[in-house]
Write a protein that binds this ligand. Structure first.
Ligand SMILES: [Zn+2]
Length: 245
């Protein structure tokens, strides 16, 4: 009987030891996975609180913009999807966001050709002005006849210092988050929406629809969220620079 009890206790202890070992294994795997999983940005903060952003998904309606070479998807559709992702990322960090369009529409029904396009662009700036925006960001996608060209490219209005600083911060953040093969520098340009506003303004070409690999990325909602994170990071950096931090 004594022997039997001793055996029972030994068995029990052995089982306990095995259970403990299994638990420890799970904990070790958990810790290992934790270290390996990409650390995501803080879910929400107030780092952009107090900032009002006018977010402009380029083109819309009759104006499709560029067209993806392989899928045939229009730039206007992806601009809107990306802008909505950016909207969510900025709101998460406490910014107030006004979109210049939320559907597939042109902002001008009158005129034709250049006149209509100009009226559409002016409407976008009017929306930013009426919203009391602090900054104007236009979202676009690039294309080029040479399909090797790739990488995000941010533009500011030539001669506009505020826009240059903003574009530089956005460009750097896009490179940091997206790690593109081609690392471009922010560039001076001459665009109606940049030239015709007193707000710090930048035009973000998120990538090339003419590049096969980049087109695939630009069709992916997960990539839109990464672009959105980069834009939020860039704005954060820009705010810090302005506050002299
Ligand atoms: Zn465009």
């Amino acid at each position: 009987m004594k022997q039997f009890t001793a055996k029972l206790v030994t068995n029990h202890l052995q089982r306990l030891r095995i259970s403990l070992l299994i638990v420890l294994c799970f904990m070790a795997v958990g810790l290992w996975m934790d270290g390996r999983l990409p650390q995501s940005a803080p879910v929400s903060s107030d780092s952009l609180a107090g900032l009002t952003v006018a977010l402009d998904p380029g083109h819309g309606g009759y104006d499709g913009g560029a067209r993806a070479r392989d899928s045939g998807v229009w730039e206007k559709e992806l601009n809107l999807q990306i802008a909505k992702a950016v909207n969510a990322a900025l709101a998460e960090r406490g910014a107030a966001v006004t979109l210049t369009r939320t559907g597939d529409e042109s902002l001008s029904a009158e005129g034709s050709g250049k006149t209509r396009k100009r009226a559409d662009l002016q409407k976008r700036l009017d929306i930013a002005e009426n919203a009391g925006a602090d900054v104007f960001l236009s979202i676009h996608l690039n294309e080029y006849r040479d399909r090797a060209e790739s990488g995000p490219q941010v533009y500011y209005q030539r001669g506009a210092d505020a826009g240059r600083l903003l574009a530089g911060c956005l460009q750097e953040a896009l490179i940091e988050v997206l790690q593109p093969a081609k690392k471009r520098a922010a560039n001076a340009g001459d665009y109606y929406v940049l030239r015709s506003t007193r707000l710090p303004a930048a035009l973000v070409e998120c990538g090339f629809l003419s590049n096969a690999a980049e087109e695939k990325s630009l069709l992916d909602p997960a990539y839109h969220r990464r672009i959105a994170q980069a834009v939020a990071d860039g704005l954060e950096k820009w705010l810090q620079l302005q506050k002299g931090l």
